[in-house]
Design a protein around this ligand. Structure first.
Ligand code: 5GP
Length: 119
């Protein structure tokens, strides 16, 4: 896949504050937050989109979910957050390096689910 801004961020080539980091992923604040808390969890391994993940990525995908738990506990939002993954341009994905949006601090309900990060 082509390199992206998130590739540069995860490799430390663009100085960015990490809310969380470990050997497999980093978390950063979204530059255009859609909620009071809007954090992106980005695997260091560049996978363009979720549907491109392979069987060999099973542990990494699980790791990202557990990282979300750690990050939300660290931020004090583990009781109420929304997790969004845009997959493909038609879904609104703009950066083609897999990332998970953690959103919190505003109202969420089922009616807004289909609106994703805009919800
Ligand atoms: P997508 O639409 O691909 O699911 O989400 C990409 C997200 O990355 C958007 O919410 C956008 O605001 C955020 N973003 C794009 N470029 C940067 C950047 O350089 N730094 C940060 N912190 N966020 C970015």
């Amino acid at each position: 896949m082509e390199d992206t801004i998130f590739g540069k961020i995860t490799r430390g080539e663009i100085p960015t504050e990490f809310v969380y980091e470990d050997e497999h992923c980093v978390a950063i604040n979204d530059i255009h937050p859609q909620a009071p808390v809007h954090v992106l969890v980005i695997p260091r391994k560049p996978i363009a989109k979720l549907s491109d993940a392979a069987d060999e990525d099973q542990a990494l995908l699980g790791h990202l979910m557990l990282a979300v738990g750690k990050i939300t506990r660290q931020l004090g939002i583990s009781d109420a957050f929304r997790l969004v993954v845009n997959n493909g341009a038609g879904s609104g994905q703009t950066v083609f390096h897999l990332h998970l949006h953690i959103l919190a601090g505003r109202e969420f309900d089922e009616a807004t689910l289909a609106r994703g990060i805009q919800g």
